[in-house]
Design a protein around this ligand. Structure first.
Ligand SMILES: Nc1ncnc2c1ncn2[C@@H]1O[C@@H]2COP(=O)(O)O[C@H]3[C@@H](O)[C@H](n4cnc5c(N)ncnc54)O[C@@H]3COP(=O)(O)O[C@H]2[C@H]1O
Ligand SMILES: Nc1ncnc2c1ncn2[C@@H]1O[C@@H]2COP(=O)(O)O[C@H]3[C@@H](O)[C@H](n4cnc5c(N)ncnc54)O[C@@H]3COP(=O)(O)O[C@H]2[C@H]1O
Lengths: 141, 141
């Protein structure tokens, strides 16, 4: 296994850095979160707090579940609910000392996982696509 | 590589069979597609035609893009547009003779790919989760 580890990239090489990750703030109304999700085209994005710590994930699925109960999907109702009321808070995070195999295990059940630094601040995300791309390269070596 | 192939599962073993896959019909109105997506919890599901051939994929992202242009997300507008008008028609499919490595290549850019039989009829889907689970097993062997 050790030889194998030598050829795998580090988490930093796999990671999409925070400045390239669409995200919302924990106190934002759902209306704002929905606009960020629709404009970015992503199904789900990270939720950060004002000190740039990762708090969870907000998705189109969660927002649709919340408001489809009523006859019309009134956008004004989305302005009354905040992101922290319906976000998923159990998305796993990786720390600086973790390896690609740790990312692989967590990505089995999550489309992306977050990466934080020693102080717990948000550094970026690792996506299933980035891991699958590595495997497809590795297979041909 | 040959020895490697022996330990990998066949596509049939990896596949979620069609009876377990939530799907919609090409002629359905978007209102129905949105209800299937919200009830199943999935971001996107396959679109089939009346002869059970795979035609594309419909997603919450596409439906939201389509209707968010107006002030309120009126559900009645969703009943006027049909699935075939906005679905993604370029999702790749695997045929019976393909291997897991073919699935890996296609899953780099798609969360799931479809599997068809010799007559082109829909057999099921292979998801990124199923491939990642195999890799995590393989790594520990
Ligand atoms: N603008 C685009 N250009 C090219 N391909 C695109 C794309 N948007 C989506 N895709 C493709 O569709 C997959 C699923 O995207 P989804 O938005 O559902 O799910 C995404 C999204 O929720 C999140 N994500 C990815 N990149 C992000 C970013 N820069 N900022 C925030 N969230 C991101 O991670 C999930 C998994 O991403 P992953 O790349 O593995 O997988 C992506 C990618 O293969
Ligand atoms: N009810 C549930 N129970 C447990 N885990 C769940 C779940 N719903 C979603 N997940 C998890 O979230 C991932 C993304 O789901 P999503 O709905 O965006 O994206 C899904 C969905 O669009 C589609 N899909 C998966 N299973 C399906 C099914 N039985 N019928 C129709 N579409 C399916 O394939 C995509 C990738 O699926 P994958 O399993 O790789 O990845 C899934 C899975 O890891």
């Amino acid at each position: 296994i050790e030889k194998d580890k030598l050829t795998w990239p580090t988490l930093a090489e796999l990671m999409i850095p925070s400045e390239k990750v669409a995200h919302v703030q924990i106190g934002n109304p759902l209306e704002h979160a929905l606009l960020v999700l629709v404009k970015s085209g992503y199904s789900a994005v990270p939720v950060l707090d004002p000190t740039y710590k990762f708090q969870g994930v907000i998705s189109k699925t969660k927002i649709l579940e919340e408001t489809l109960g009523i006859e019309e999907f009134e956008l004004n109702r989305l302005s009354e609910i905040q992101v922290n009321e319906i976000m998923d808070a159990d998305v796993p995070c990786l720390q600086p000392g973790n390896h690609m195999i740790d990312a692989l295990h967590k990505l089995i059940d999550y489309p992306f996982v977050c990466v934080t630094n020693e102080d717990g601040e948000f550094d970026g995300i690792i996506t299933r696509r980035s891991i699958l791309k590595q495997y497809s390269k590795h297979y041909h070596e």
